[in-house]
Design a protein around this ligand. Structure first.
Ligand code: NOJ
Length: 523
């Protein structure tokens, strides 16, 4: 897998602090990941089989936003490891043909970053203009822009009696990409890691990188209804941002086979494709599935919209869970049907046209975890989907030593853990392994065309995937009872999410059990 490897890869997001702790301090680290690379892909069907890892931020940080507040772009947070452990992880991953993509956070730094300390020290400091400062009037913020985490996006700073912009926490001041020195400094950061051998970057809120030069007020979403909020027309997704994106791409293009996946929050989903023009991002997150209800029409609309909006050159991606949202197994929980629903969605994720981004733990059916108030860490309330990986039923879940207290509480390790699922052919883990292999070995699933089947019952979804040599059908039943799909076969069932299904040939008709997903090889 080389040219355009990101189109064929299955990505796996690792929230580094929560994956595996190698030194007994209760915090996941780089050596912990290295120790589990064989679990991720050892080249045999015994491993999960993912092709690329996206690591949550590893740079030094005061951890106000757990690494999304960087205080040194060219360092490694001591809780996570050092350069020796990083180089080891990279070498061991590459030895197994696993690519490693780092989280790059260019929109803002920590307020403790030396650049910001200088910038805030004096209006005449040579780095003053590296951030976005404005005076405001009569003690009021310069405009009505809002922080994504709530409240004004402006923080008054006493030493120089001015406001600075923060699209997230006040401890995360936004950099000013209208200043060419900032652009050059960030390019140097990319080169630093590319020279070290990383395969690319997940670029945090790439669509936020340019702000209106005149700092105009954002317009109301609905002038008749002030409660409806603002359209971030002047603070996000500006036309000028694309020049910044192209600049990052030029740096990547000086190296072989490197990529970036942009975290794009377009004001209108239609502009997602703009970030995927040939000289911009290789991939961009498509968050449509995160917004779907558990029903066939909702997922069908998300897929059809994505297929329509992305033109030939732009390659889709799909995400069901990540470190910012409730895990999908919990979002779609429905009593005894919960596991079956998640199993069916695993079929969808790995067979839809596009690159899947899996989130650590989804492959074993990890749930969101209720966090007691005394143990909450994230100011934006996202701890529940970031709890330690459940490796075993041991006291520490196999995540850390028995004596250590994990940095966030563990979920129900008896209900879902790697150790047990590894040996159970009917487990969620075994299903993911089989799906990832099936996808990898099947040109139709990997790069074939996609058509949504027309004749399925309203609560089912059928995807037809075709390449020159293969024709596959994917049949998904969102109903809590059996459904019959007519005129889909003949074919041979390659895989089902239902452990009780008899695998074999079918005629014209396919009977699906409640919440079942089936992959069919058409003959
Ligand atoms: C998006 C990241 O996914 C989120 O975790 C973070 O809080 C914000 N960007 C700010 O960096």
């Amino acid at each position: 897998m080389s040219a355009g490897w990101w189109k064929k890869a299955v990505f796996y997001e690792i929230y580094v602090r929560s994956f595996a702790d190698s030194n007994g301090d209760g915090i996941g680290d780089l050596d912990g990941i290295t120790a589990h690379l064989d679990y991720l892909n050892d080249g045999t069907p015994e491993s999960l089989g993912v092709d690329a890892l996206w690591l949550s931020p590893i740079n030094p940080s005061p951890l106000r936003d757990f690494g999304y507040d960087v205080s040194d772009y060219c360092g490694i947070h001591p809780e996570l490891g050092d350069f020796a452990s990083f180089d080891r992880l990279l070498a061991e991953a590459h030895r197994r043909n696993i690519r490693v993509v780092l989280d790059l956070v260019p929109n803002h730094t920590s307020d403790q970053h030396p650049w910001f300390l200088e910038s805030r020290s004096s209006r005449r400091n040579h780095r003053r203009d590296w951030y976005i400062w404005a005076d405001g009037e009569f003690g009021h913020p310069p405009n009505n822009w809002l922080s994504t985490f709530g409240g004004s996006a402006w923080q008054y700073d006493e030493p120089t009696r001015a406001f600075y912009l923060h699209s997230f926490l006040p401890e995360q001041p936004d950099l000013n990409y209208r200043n060419p020195e900032v652009v050059a400094a960030m390019h140097d950061v990319l080169r630093f890691w590319l020279l070290r051998g990383v395969d690319g970057f997940r670029v945090d809120v790439i669509s936020y990188l340019m702000k209106d030069a005149a700092l105009r007020d954002n317009p109301p979403r609905d002038p008749a209804n002030p409660g409806a909020g603002l359209v971030p027309a002047f603070s996000q997704d500006l036309p000028e941002v694309h020049e910044v994106v192209r600049g990052l791409r030029r740096v990547l293009d000086d190296f072989v086979d490197r990529m970036m996946v942009g975290e794009v929050w377009p004001r209108d989903q239609r502009s997602l494709a703009d970030y995927l023009r040939p000289n911009e991002c290789h991939l961009a997150f498509n968050f449509r599935f995160l917004m779907c209800r558990y029903d066939a029409a909702s997922f069908r609309a998300a897929i059809e919209e994505t297929e329509t909006l992305l033109d030939d050159g732009a390659w889709p991606t799909y995400t069901l869970s990540n470190h910012d949202f409730a895990r999908h197994i919990s979002r779609y929980a429905e009593g005894a049907a919960t596991e079956a629903r998640a199993r069916m969605l695993a079929v969808l994720m790995t067979t839809v046209r596009g690159t899947p981004f899996l989130y650590y733990g989804e492959e074993i059916g990890m749930h969101n975890v209720e966090i007691p108030s005394g143990r909450r860490r994230d100011p934006a309330g996202r701890d529940s989907c970031r709890t330690p990986m459940q490796w075993s039923e041991a006291r520490s879940g196999g995540f850390t030593t028995a004596a250590a207290t994990p940095w966030l509480p563990l979920g129900d390790c008896a209900a879902a853990n790697v150790e047990r699922e590894r040996h159970d052919p009917h487990s969620m883990l075994s299903l993911y392994r089989r799906l990832i292999r099936l996808r990898r070995d099947n040109p139709a699933l990997l790069e074939g065309t996609l058509r949504v089947g027309a004749d399925a019952p309203a609560d089912c979804l059928v995807l037809i995937r075709e390449s020159a040599s293969h024709r596959m059908a994917v049949a998904l039943n969102f109903a809590g009872e059996r459904r019959r799909i007519t005129a889909i076969g003949p074919g041979v069932i390659a895989l089902s999410s239902d452990p009780d299904r008899n695998i074999g040939a079918i005629g014209e008709t396919l009977e699906l059990s409640a919440n079942e997903g089936v992959v069919l090889k058409l003959v």
